[in-house]
Design a protein around this ligand. Structure first.
Ligand code: PGA
Length: 251
């Protein structure tokens, strides 16, 4: 049985006060919920304040990015140790906005996934096709390439740290959600690929989240799919009532 995992990606939103108030609101609303793993991923500069607000709760903390080097002359970057120092458990890696706005490649993302695992963080490794790729019928090829390249060199022991997030780019922040069937089809393809790479037992144990305009109203139907094990939530994770409602629906 895979435990459901709902993570909030706050992206470049919030300020110090609203970040703490969102975190505190979630702690209150989600008290006693332990059948779902929950994490929030604030901007780097608010991690420490949010960690303090979450301290007495089951809600975990994650970053939205991480660099693969341990330390040194990498201006503007943040290492695994720094993130662990401010209580991060997870790191989102390869989000579509990193891939398509910041130009991150499969190779760079692979280095980050590998470094995060070695550094003791749990990667939320994101993949997903563009609208043009879906329309051209290449969704499975694109996502399979991203999964294979992103996980290159990650052995059976290390893969257990990873959550995969399937996020069709055309569904992110657009209000267009993949239908439950569209999500399930790609999730099943990813699990099949993981079976080829790591064998059935490991593939069955790995969690695959869906992301892309997930909200309270579509949580139940998405989570009702056999290979959808959780959600990576953007917009709807910025409101206590919406994110808490999603977690409670799953719980
Ligand atoms: P969205 O973002 O829920 O606002 O579509 C999801 C994501 O980018 O992780």
């Amino acid at each position: 049985m895979r435990k459901p995992f709902i993570a909030g990606n706050w992206k470049m939103n919030m300020n110090a006060a609203s970040a703490v108030s969102l975190a505190s609101g979630l702690v209150k609303e989600l008290e006693g919920v332990d059948s779902v793993d929950v994490a929030v991923c604030p901007p780097f500069v608010y991690l420490q304040a949010v960690a303090a607000a979450l301290s007495a709760s089951n809600i975990a903390l994650g970053s939205q990015n991480v660099y693969f080097e341990e330390n040194g002359a990498f201006t503007g970057e943040i290492s695994c140790d720094m993130l662990k120092d401010v209580c991060c458990t997870y790191a989102i890696i390869g989000h579509s906005e990193r891939r398509h706005v910041m130009g991150e490649t499969d190779e760079l993302i692979n280095k980050k996934v590998s470094a995060a695992i070695n550094g003791g963080l749990l990667p939320i490794f994101c993949v997903g096709e563009l609208l043009a790729e879906r329309n051209a019928g290449t969704t499975n090829d694109v996502v399979a390439r991203q999964v294979k390249k992103g996980l290159e060199g990650i052995c059976d022991e290390r893969i257990q740290a990873v959550t995969i997030a399937y996020e069709p780019v055309w569904a992110i922040g657009t209000g267009l959600t993949a239908t439950p069937e569209q999500a399930q089809e790609v999730h099943a393809m990813i699990r099949g690929l993981l079976t080829e790479l790591y064998g059935k037992d490991i593939a069955q144990s790995l969690r695959i989240q869906y992301g892309g305009s997930a909200k309270p109203g579509n949580t139940a139907e998405l989570m009702g799919q056999p290979d959808v094990d959780g959600l990576l939530v953007g917009g709807a994770s910025l409101k206590v009532e919406d994110f808490a409602a999603m977690v409670k629906t799953v719980a």
